[in-house]
Design a protein around this ligand. Structure first.
Ligand code: 13P
Ligand code: SF4
Length: 304
């Protein structure tokens, strides 16, 4: 017998209460996963929610590095990721060994790692950042030389906003590189009054066409401005659900229907339910790595 979404949601709600669990969901998740969440947000908001929650269990509906960041911040809580295959290809583009080699090549530089990294890479970094605070984090450092890993495009964008010298790792997001400047130019012709907002993981030629460069959380806040009624959206298309839900009557036009992060879509209602039933798969971080990684994440949260 096929179980309906309504039945799944009922079971999840009951079990969530029993387990004293909270559901944290990223803005790119499937609509039905956003709709069962206690909090929907960007990487920064999700880290802040994890750090604050009084719940005993965190069901993380996002990708692995996000659940791992929650585990770094909350060692006494059980952090569940309903599908362990939900990774982030960008986070896998750098290893702790690779970063150690780069640090040897540029001795004395401070190291900023994007939150889209493993705990081991965070443990090798001075401070972490997200797309919402990358410029602020870089500017907070006394050093003029900054190693910035792993997203070259976020790094490139930050470089346009700071006088510091950024040394970039050649990583990128395989979803955001699908967003093409030609598509934006076409849409601008079709919707001349629309504001263009793009994520800083996009390539520089895409960023050059934007009115606003924002994290996913920043996009949701921006969309609520009364004077903004039509938006061309340059990021993963999962965010369109939240934008429409929070802003009825406004128009949101995705730049590309191809901008889908397949990892984000691995989390389903069935897997959330199974995860709460089995209290697995759990994401844990070895204590020596966790403590070093936590120092980098805590510094970021202080700056923010
Ligand atoms: P945000 O922190 O802006 O939500 O971005 C996370 C991410 O993975 C973007 O691809
Ligand atoms: Fe990683 Fe890109 Fe997916 Fe974000 S959208 S989780 S950066 S692959």
């Amino acid at each position: 017998m096929v179980t309906s979404n309504a039945e799944l949601i009922d079971k999840i709600t009951g079990l969530k209460r029993e387990r004293k669990a909270v559901i944290l969901t990223h803005n790119y998740q499937l609509a039905e996963i956003q709709d069962i969440a206690d909090f929907v947000g960007d990487s920064l908001g999700l880290s802040q929610s994890a750090a604050r929650t009084g719940a005993e269990v965190i069901v993380f509906c996002g990708v692995h590095f996000m659940a791992e960041t929650a585990a770094i911040l909350c060692p006494d809580k059980t952090v569940l990721l309903p599908d362990l295959n939900a990774g982030c290809p960008m986070a896998d583009m750098i290893t702790a060994d690779g970063l150690r080699r780069m640090k040897e090549e540029i001795p004395g530089a401070s190291v900023v790692c994007y939150v889209n990294t493993t705990a081991e890479v965070k443990a090798e970094s001075d401070i972490c950042c997200t797309s919402a605070n990358a410029v602020k984090v870089v500017e907070s450092l006394a050093n003029d030389d900054i190693i910035f890993v792993p997203d070259q495009y976020l790094g490139h964008y930050v470089q346009t906003k700071t006088a510091k010298r950024l040394h970039l790792w050649p990583g990128y997001c395989s979803t955001h590189v699908r967003i093409q400047p030609e598509d934006i130019l076409e849409l601008k012709k079709e919707y001349p009054r629309a504001r263009v907002m793009v994520h800083p993981e996009c390539r520089p030629e895409v960023i050059a066409l934007a009115d606003e460069v924002l994290s996913t959380g920043g996009m949701c806040t921006y969309a609520q401005r009364p004077e903004v009624t039509e938006m061309i959206v340059g990021t993963e298309i999962g965010i369109i659900h939240r934008l429409k839900k929070e802003n009825p009557g406004k128009r949101f036009i995705p730049v590309s229907e191809q901008a889908i992060c397949p990892n984000m879509k691995l989390i389903t209602l069935e897997k959330v339910l199974w995860s709460l039933e089995a209290m697995a798969p759990e994401v844990r971080v070895a204590e020596d790595i966790r403590l070093k990684a936590k120092a980098a994440v805590d510094r970021m949260l202080e700056v923010t």
